[in-house]
Ligand binder design. Structure first.
Ligand code: GRF
Length: 217
């Protein structure tokens, strides 16, 4: 069982999808700590309801990023966390933090990276006029929304979409691929080589001729 620590800032719907997958036994891991940098985050309630230990570490309470990250690290290390999951955590983590968890920090981003990194990826994609939007689960490196990609899901943009409707459909896909990617990690099925993540034991024969077309004319 991999000991998982989850960092959140908000509603925690991704956290909930991970809690559910752990409960179902699809992720061979245990969520041992949920940390929020915002004491009002609804994700804290979700965690408490699931009986998971929570902690609030407010970035504003610390002199700078280094001190904030040191506190995060001490909470995670005290809980003997092995894998750090960023589930809607709205702070950027620096080199010092990442060095403590090499290749062991995973994030979800609501766009098909490398397009539309940063905040409001869904609205950026919508405004740009893409036909396929989506989401990405990736290992975290020192650049924002940049590390090796584990899994992506594409979401067609519909004619009557607005940015919020599109974001809601992307979020539903996030809830599918985030637990899947974490299940693969916990099963020891991910290998990183430079930027490439391979997934061990996948039968890709069905994928060879597959494509998702945005407009089924
Ligand atoms: C998600 O869209 C995630 O991709 C982004 O922040 C949002 C968090 O939503 N990083 P929730 O807190 O998991 O509901």
């Amino acid at each position: 069982m991999i000991r998982i620590g989850i960092l959140i800032s908000g509603s925690g719907s991704n956290l909930q999808s991970i809690i559910n997958a752990v409960r179902m036994g699809t992720i061979a891991g245990e969520i041992v700590k949920v940390i929020s940098n915002d004491e009002k985050a609804y994700g804290l309630t979700r965690a408490a309801e699931a009986g998971i230990s929570t902690e609030v570490v407010k970035h504003g309470d610390y002199a700078g990023r280094a001190a904030f990250e040191e506190k995060l690290l001490s909470v995670l290390q005290e809980a003997a966390v092995e894998l750090v999951v960023l589930a809607g955590f709205m702070r950027v983590l620096g080199a010092g933090f990442l060095a403590a968890f090499p290749d062991r920090v995973i994030n979800i981003h609501p766009a098909l990276l490398p397009s539309f990194p940063g905040t409001h990826g869904q609205a950026q994609a919508f405004t740009y006029g893409v036909k396929l939007a989506g989401c990405t689960v990736h290992f975290v490196d020192e650049q924002v929304d940049h590390g090796p990609i584990i899994m992506q899901a594409a979401v067609p943009v519909l004619a009557d979409d607005d940015a919020d409707r599109l974001a809601a459909r992307i979020l539903r896909c996030e809830h599918k691929i985030f637990p899947l990617a974490l299940a693969l990690y916990c099963a020891g099925r991910l290998r990183i080589e430079k930027r490439k993540v391979s997934i061990l034991g996948v039968d890709e024969t069905l994928l060879e001729d597959q494509c998702l077309i945005s407009c089924p004319v």
